[in-house]
Design a protein around this ligand. Sequence first.
Ligand code: DQA
Length: 143
Amino acid sequence: MPTILILNGPNLNMLGTREPEIYGTETLQDIEALCRDEAGKYGMDVDFRQTNAEAELISWVQQGRDTSDGLIINGAGYTHTSVALMDALMAYGRPVVEVHLSNIYKREPFRHHSYISPAAQGIICGFGAKGYALALQAITRLV
Ligand code: DQA
């Protein structure tokens, strides 16, 4: 059974109460349940994680080379700042799908650039929690 590593960056542990008008009312636990449900439909397993620490996120991408078949990532704030995260994703060597709850291109200009995109097969943004289900649907064809 293919395993999909789903990584969530800083402040996503606050979902549900964090700017719900932008990010919706689902909690990260709700999103994890949604992902497990969706992955089950495609016969895939998920390894779902969140961290506020850039170093931990990078270590998880590195370890994922041995433990996963594809990766879905919401890099949150590090999307727009982290060359190191991009480098780790470039070296991952398996399919990567980038997800954002909000449409980053409709927001402040500093959110329009993503260091993750060059390492990703595709991007899904602007569909809230449903974007994670769409990302799983997309990655099942790639792994
Ligand atoms: C986000 C968008 C980022 O710009 C922001 O820093 C986040 C969440 C999203 O899911 O819409 O923390 O990745």
